[in-house]
Ligand binder design. Structure first.
Ligand SMILES: C[S@@+](CC[C@H](N)C(=O)[O-])C[C@H]1O[C@@H](n2cnc3c(N)ncnc32)[C@H](O)[C@@H]1O
Length: 193
């Protein structure tokens, strides 16, 4: 009986976290598996590169991309940023089984406020400034949050590429390249003046 009660409490806590504004400001919904090959191609994996998934969910993109980089013997670093503690736990668990785990960093942070500059100032996991010059940012977040996230990045980083799944970024419309899969994948190369 106590085990049953503990189980019910556990389920309630999970539901509360996934429905809370603080821990889940944008609902968790993974990118469509069928689009994975197109998304990985759009990331254009290379040496001396960092790939961020801002709002990484269960890590479907980051872990698949990291596997590809491992197969191709690339030095690409991967940073999964998440705010939901349960998803953070799942990310840590999944990383254990990834062949490229030494190149994957998991960060608990808020993508609307996170300080990219502090990452460039203090090398983490041997990430160097040089790698920050080749920065790819993957986003699958609601359209009304895209602008907020892009504006936070632009305030801190002058050159980066954004891959936005499903939703276009209105303020960057003139820089748009579209890849058509099950859903659209929007690619933007951003260089601030
Ligand atoms: C639509 S899901 C996308 C998951 C993953 N990127 C993918 O493509 O499968 C959005 C994710 O963003 C996370 N998220 C929402 N608001 C966030 C915030 N302010 N900071 C960090 N992560 C956030 C959610 O917890 C959720 O996992």
């Amino acid at each position: 009986m106590p085990i049953f009660i503990i189980f019910i409490i556990f389920i309630i806590v999970i539901i509360l976290i996934f429905s809370s504004k603080k821990f889940s400001p944008i609902p968790y919904f993974p990118s469509n598996k069928k689009d994975l090959p197109l998304i990985i191609k759009a990331l254009n994996l290379k040496n001396n590169q960092i790939v961020f998934d801002l709002g990484a969910g269960d890590g479907i993109i980051i872990f698949e991309a990291a596997k590809k980089a491992f197969q191709q013997k690339l030095s690409t670093k991967f940073i999964a940023v998440e705010i939901n503690p349960i998803l953070i736990f799942i990310l840590y668990l999944q990383r254990l089984f990834n062949p490229n785990k030494q190149n994957i960093k998991i960060v608990y942070d808020d993508i609307f406020k996170m300080d990219f500059n502090s990452l460039t100032r203090q090398p983490v996991n041997n990430i160097t400034m040089k790698q920050f010059n080749n920065l790819i940012i993957y986003l699958y977040i609601s359209p009304w949050y895209l602008e907020k996230t892009i504006s936070n990045i632009k305030n801190q980083i002058s050159k980066f590429t954004v891959i936005s799944y499903m939703y276009s970024i209105k303020s960057l419309k003139n820089k748009e390249k579209i890849i058509r899969g099950k859903n659209k994948i929007f690619v933007y190369n951003i260089v601030n003046g």
